[in-house]
Design a binder for this molecule. Structure first.
Ligand code: C5J
Length: 232
């Protein structure tokens, strides 16, 4: 544990500085799952270039290591469904008209089904004891989950949101969090998309109109702020 205390850390960010309160801030890592990031998973099966998401692994590892060292709360999410698929909306199942669908057998087990290999978090960012894992059936991490209750009980008011994909589950979660009163900071290199243009626009949407949904920064700036806090 470091000596981070309740003092405010200033993180340079867009559209303006983010005032990070270490004791009220959690790192929320969205859907860094094998099916989205690894070759042969669901993402690649749909024709996506997974190397675009793999770029986010090292920056997330650096941030996660700093967070764990600082003793701040870390949570992970996984998108997926019950084994019996009763929480899978038929509209989501048939969307895309692809040959292989959610719940079908894939190279890493049944696609996006809880308990299957492909549904799990990549080894590089695997949760450690004490880090809640939120299983979510939708794109947003607040919908049909206990995330809000867990954060409220821990006194969390701020979220650093990372993971994949920028314009889908990260963006949806930031919007949901913003409506629930959380201040969200998104480190740009720690989020990724199969579509670079959607990544860029997804980040711009967050900071538009002087931060309509939150703040965006370079992860190095969060690391710098955390290490200045640890040193003080
Ligand atoms: C998607 C996600 N893109 N985690 N999931 O279906 O963004």
């Amino acid at each position: 544990m470091s000596n981070l205390n309740s003092s405010t850390l200033i993180v340079e960010a867009d559209p303006y500085e983010y005032q990070l309160h270490p004791d009220k801030c959690a790192l929320l890592i969205i859907d860094m799952q094998r099916d989205f990031l690894e070759p042969g998973g669901f993402g690649e099966m749909l024709g996506n270039d997974v190397s675009l998401l793999q770029k986010t692994i090292a920056p997330n590892q650096r941030l996660l290591a700093a967070r764990r060292t600082a003793g701040m709360m870390v949570l992970h999410t996984r998108e997926g469904h019950r084994q019996d698929l009763r929480d899978l909306p038929p509209s989501k199942k048939i969307r895309g008209r692809s040959e292989k669908k959610i719940g079908d057998d894939g190279p890493k087990g049944r696609i996006l089904v809880r308990g299957e290999d492909g549904h799990d978090i990549i080894p590089e960012l695997y949760p450690i004891a004490g880090e809640p894992v939120i299983d979510k059936p939708g794109k947003g991490a607040f919908w049909a989950t206990d995330l809000h209750a867990i954060l409220q009980h821990a006194g969390i008011k701020q979220l650093v949101v990372t993971g994949v994909t920028t314009e889908v589950c990260v963006n949806t979660t930031v919007r949901e969090a913003n409506d629930r009163g959380y201040e969200c900071l998104v480190p740009s290199d720690c989020v990724g998309s199969y579509f670079p243009e959607f990544h860029d626009v997804g980040l711009r949407m967050i900071t538009a109109q002087r931060g309509i949904f939150g703040w965006v920064t370079d992860p190095a700036k969060i690391l710098a702020a955390l290490s200045s806090g640890a040193a003080s």
